[in-house]
Design a protein around this ligand. Structure first.
Ligand SMILES: Nc1ncnc2c1ncn2[C@@H]1O[C@H](COP(=O)(O)OP(=O)(O)OP(=O)(O)O)[C@@H](O)[C@H]1O
Ligand SMILES: [Mg+2]
Length: 269
């Protein structure tokens, strides 16, 4: 967390009184504004003028059928895919088409559905990928410090991986997913996008991930959660945004629907 974030987090809208629950008091001004997002892959019109607003501290559940365009929309926010048309603003600053570095600099972190981890690099190396620590006045990486910091980061997140020297490729799906989440969180993002983060996790780890989402959102981080585990969304989301065949179909508050209602909306009804 930056000092500014800490200051903000101790403000009236996100202090301890706001509590860890999803009361609207912690939700602030719009942070992400995506407008008229359009994308085709060849003849396939994947997104046709989609809008999405995410407020400070808000947890948005982005749902829709397979192929509805959820991952593509979020890859655009993370700078990995360039929209054909449309605007993306983060805290008012235009971002569309400026690439992954600019997105990261703007505070966007995404855990990809297909986990962008390096299999032949160890746990610490993956956590520090792209922001490696170096020894003072040297071009040599400070691997000792990276392992120490990685172990600390994992412990803070209650992730039970004790050996940060293990190659990620040799680890289980759930462990890899946990590492990818830890990696994103330790960048201290303003906006955390989780694309199916819990698909490979055991029940205990799912609960931990949901708690992590509550914790970061209570500190003012905006979260977009994509998951087919709809019951998880009811635990953490402030709002559901339903995409259907590349357009905005519905927006629902958890209080005004139930699992059946959300499934129906996802089917485009
Ligand atoms: N790079 C690409 N090239 C061609 N087609 C693509 C590409 N990326 C996505 N698509 C297509 O765009 C459509 C939307 O894909 P996307 O991954 O955004 O869906 P999704 O809503 O995330 O689905 P799921 O729930 O299955 O993850 C799909 O039909 C997919 O095949
Ligand atoms: Mg997807």
């Amino acid at each position: 967390m930056t000092d500014l974030d800490k200051q903000r987090a101790s403000g009236p809208d996100a202090g301890p009184d706001a509590g860890p629950d999803t009361g609207s008091g912690r939700i602030g001004e719009p942070r992400v504004e995506m407008r008229g997002i359009t994308k085709s892959f060849g003849a396939l019109d994947v997104l046709r003028g989609v809008d999405l607003t995410v407020r400070r501290g808000e947890v948005v559940g982005l749902v829709g059928d397979n192929g509805a365009g959820k991952s593509t929309l979020m890859k655009m926010l993370a700078g990995a895919v360039t929209p054909d048309r449309g605007e993306i603003r983060v805290d008012g600053v235009p971002l569309a088409g400026s690439g992954p570095r600019a997105a990261r600099a703007a505070g966007i972190e995404m855990v990809y559905q297909d986990l962008a981890l390096c299999n032949d690099v160890d746990v610490a190396g993956n956590l520090f990928l792209g922001r490696e620590l170096y020894r003072p006045f040297s071009r040599r990486m400070d691997t000792k410090r990276m392992h120490e910091e990685a172990a600390k980061d994992l412990a803070t997140l209650h992730i039970r991986i004790t050996d940060t020297r293990r190659m990620v490729g040799a680890m289980s799906g759930g462990q890899r997913q946990a590492i990818a989440i830890a990696r994103a969180v330790t960048f201290e993002p303003k906006v955390l996008v989780l694309d199916e983060p819990t698909a490979a996790l055991a029940a205990r780890e799912v609960e931990m991930t949901l708690q992590l989402i509550r914790d970061v959102s209570a500190r003012g981080v905006s979260v977009v959660l994509i998951t087919h585990r709809l019951q998880d969304l009811f635990e953490v989301a402030d709002r559901f945004v339903v995409l259907h065949e590349g357009v905005n179909h519905r927006e629902l508050a958890p209080a005004e629907t139930d699992l059946g209602g959300l499934v129906t909306a996802m089917m485009g009804k």
